[in-house]
Design a protein around this ligand. Structure first.
Ligand code: KIV
Ligand code: ZN
Length: 533
C-alpha cells in the first residue's frame, strides 16, 4: 500500500492519535504513576492501536528517563516520543531515552506568544526563531522523526507563528504541533488558525499538522475536531482527558466522535475502540483520578438508562436512546453471573473478556482469591474481579505481608488495632491505638516497620454498590530523602483490611525503590524535581 493509500481508507483520511497520558497526563498534580504502572498503560495503548505514545519527559527525572527508555524498548507498533524543552541537554536526553524504539520521536517545544516571551522566556522574537532553528536541527541529527511545538500557539500573532513554523520546517521538523496551551481558543478560531498557517507557510504540505488542546473552557474535544477541518491530521489527547489543570482532549471522546459521526467527519483512527473502557479503568487506577460517573464514553452512567421513558424506548429498540453500543467501547453490561459456583474455566473466560491475560500461576492465585471473595459477597461484579486482579500485581518481592488485623472501633475511643505482619518470613504482632481505626492500623504498621515515609494520599471508594461492596483504598507514601513517592492499592470488603494492605503495598514498593536506588550510581540518584513543562 502506498503512503497515500495508507493515509486514506474508503475515501477517509487517517487521523494520527498521539497519546500523552504518560506525559501531560501524568504531569497533573497528584497523578504520578509508578514505573510499573507506566509500562502497563503504555503496553495497552500500543496494543489498542494508538499511533504515537508520548512516554514522558526524560530530563525531568531519572525515573522518567528509565520509563521512557523501557517503553521505547518494549513498544511493538507505536512511535515512542520523549519530550524536550528547547535546550540541547533536554534534546540529547530525550534522544537517548527513545533511541531503542522501533520508531523513535523527539518532541521539542518553545513558547511563541508575546505573553510567554516577555514574562517567562525574556527573549525577543528573533532570538526565539534562532532557538527553533538550532534545536530542531539538533533533534534531527539524533532522529528522523521530530515534532516541534509552539507553546501557547493560540495566543501568538499569526504572522509571527508563520515565521516560527517556517523555521521549524526548514530545520527538519516532520510534525508541527500548535497547542492551545491555556485552553483559550474556540472551534472556528482554531480551524482558521490551521488553515491560514497551511496556506501561508512554504512546504507545509510536507509535514503533519497537530492539535494539542487543553480543556479550561470545556472545549478541548470540540477544538480538536474543528482543527481537523483546518487540515490537522494528528490529535494529541489523553485517556480520561487527564492533564494539566482541567486536562487535555479525551482520547476516547475523539476516537468515538470520529467513529460515530463518520457521516460528517471523513476520517478514521487506528484505535480499537473496544479497549477504551479497559484503558480508562487502568489509567484511573494508576493515576488515582476517579472517572466522573457521567463522563462521555467511559463513565459508569454513559450507557445507563434510568428514566421510565428511556427504559421503555430501550426495551423496544436500543437505537432510541443509544448512539453507540456499550460493546463498541468495551463496556459490556455488568454481569451478575460470577459467584461461588463459578468454575475456573468461567473465571478465565471472564478475565479474558475483561482484557486480562494472566499466566497459569497468576490465574490460579486470582481464582483462589475470587473464591474467597465469592464466599463472603453475594454478587461478584466485573469491577470486583478487576480490583481483585489489579491488587494482586507484584506481591512476590514484598518483604512485608499482612497476616491478620483486628480493629476495635466505635463511639468510645481511642480505637485500637491488633496487627500481625510477616516481615521477611517472621511473624510479628503489635497492638496500637489511634485517632480512628485507620490511624490505629497505620500506627501499628509504623511500630512494626519503623520508617520516615509521609502519608501523601489516602483515598477510599466503593468498587460496586451495596453495603457488602469491596472498598478500594489508595495510599501514597512519600520518601522526601529519596525524592520519590509510591502508590499502593488494595480492595477488600473490609475497609480497614483494604487500608492496611494498601499502606503495606506502598511501603513495599518504596522499599523496592530504595534497593534499586542503592544499586544505582550516586549521580543518578539525584532525582530532580518533577516539574514538567
Ligand atoms: O500544552 C502544551 O503546550 C504542551 C506542550 C509541551 C506541547 O503540553
Ligand atoms: Zn499540554
Amino acid at each position: 500500500m502506498s503512503a497515500k493509500d495508507k493515509a486514506q481508507q474508503n475515501g477517509k483520511d487517517h487521523v494520527i492519535i498521539f497519546d500523552t497520558t504518560l506525559r501531560d497526563g501524568e504531569q497533573s498534580p497528584g497523578a504520578t504513576m509508578t514505573f510499573e504502572e507506566k509500562l502497563e498503560v503504555a503496553e495497552l495503548l500500543d496494543d489498542m492501536g494508538v499511533d504515537v505514545i508520548e512516554a514522558g519527559f526524560p530530563i525531568a527525572s531519572q525515573g522518567d528517563f528509565e520509563a521512557v527508555s523501557e517503553i521505547a524498548q518494549r513498544a511493538k507498533k507505536a512511535t515512542i516520543a520523549g519530550l524536550a524543552r528547547a535546550i540541547p541537554a533536554d534534546i540529547i536526553r530525550a534522544g537517548e531515552a527513545v533511541k531503542h524504539a522501533g520508531r523513535p520521536r523527539i518532541h521539542t517545544f518553545v513558547s511563541t506568544s508575546p505573553i510567554h516571551l516577555e514574562h517567562q522566556m525574556r527573549k525577543s522574537q528573533e532570538e526565539v526563531l534562532d532557538i527553533i532553528t538550532s534545536t530542531v536541527t539538533l533533534a534531527r541529527d539524533l532522529v528522523e522523526d521530530v515534532e516541534w511545538s509552539a507553546m501557547d500557539a493560540t495566543r501568538t500573532p499569526i504572522e509571527y507563528l508563520c515565521r516560527c513554523v517556517e523555521a521549524a520546517i526548514k530545520a527538519g521538523a516532520t510534525t508541527i504541533n500548535l497547542p492551545d496551551t491555556v485552553g483559550y481558543t474556540v472551534p472556528d478560531e482554531i480551524r482558521d488558525m490551521f488553515k491560514s498557517i497551511r496556506e501561508q507557510v512554504p512546504s507545509s504540505d510536507k509535514v503533519v499538522f497537530s492539535a494539542h488542546n487543553h480543556d479550561d473552557l470545556g472545549m478541548a474535544v470540540a477544538n480538536s475536531l474543528a482543527a481537523l477541518d483546518g487540515g490537522v491530521r494528528q490529535i494529541e489527547c489523553t485517556i480520561n482527558g487527564l492533564g494539566e489543570r482541567a486536562g487535555n482532549a479525551a482520547l476516547e471522546e475523539i476516537v468515538m466522535a470520529v467513529k460515530t459521526r463518520g457521516d460528517v467527519m471523513p476520517y478514521y483512527t487506528n484505535v480499537d475502540a473496544s479497549k477504551l473502557t479497559r484503558a480508562s479503568k487502568l489509567v484511573s487506577a494508576a493515576s488515582s483520578f476517579p472517572v466522573q460517573f457521567n463522563k462521555a464514553i467511559v463513565g459508569r452512567n454513559a450507557f445507563a438508562h434510568e428514566s421510565g421513558i428511556h427504559q421503555d424506548g430501550m426495551l423496544k429498540n436500543t437505537s432510541t436512546y443509544e448512539i453507540m453500543t456499550p460493546d463498541s467501547v468495551g463496556a459490556g453490561k455488568t454481569s451478575l453471573v460470577m459467584g461461588k459456583h463459578s468454575g475456573r474455566h468461567a473465571f478465565k473466560t471472564k478475565l479474558e473478556e475483561l482484557g486480562y491475560d494472566l499466566s497459569d500461576n497468576a490465574l490460579q492465585d486470582a481464582f483462589v482469591r475470587f473464591k474467597d471473595l465469592a464466599d463472603r459477597k453475594k454478587h461478584v461484579y466485573d469491577e470486583d474481579i478487576e480490583a481483585l486482579v489489579d491488587e494482586n500485581i507484584a506481591t512476590a518481592e514484598d518483604r512485608v505481608k499482612l497476616e491478620s488485623l483486628t480493629i476495635i472501633a466505635g463511639t468510645h475511643g481511642p480505637q485500637s488495632a491488633t496487627l500481625t505482619l510477616g516481615i521477611d518470613g517472621e511473624h510479628k504482632t503489635v497492638q496500637s491505638t489511634g485517632n480512628g481505626p485507620v490511624d490505629a492500623a497505620f500506627n501499628a504498621i509504623q511500630q512494626l516497620v519503623p520508617h520516615d515515609a509521609k502519608l501523601a494520599l489516602y483515598d477510599v471508594h466503593a468498587v460496586t454498590e451495596g453495603t457488602d461492596a469491596q472498598a478500594e483504598v489508595t495510599v501514597r507514601l512519600e520518601d522526601r530523602d529519596l525524592g520519590v513517592s509510591t502508590t499502593g492499592r488494595a480492595a477488600d470488603p473490609d475497609t480497614m483490611v483494604a487500608s492496611a494492605k494498601a499502606y503495606i503495598s506502598a511501603m513495599n514498593k518504596l522499599e523496592q525503590r530504595r534497593v534499586r536506588g542503592r544499586l544505582m550510581p550516586a549521580e543518578q540518584l539525584a532525582v530532580s524535581d518533577r516539574r514538567g513543562p
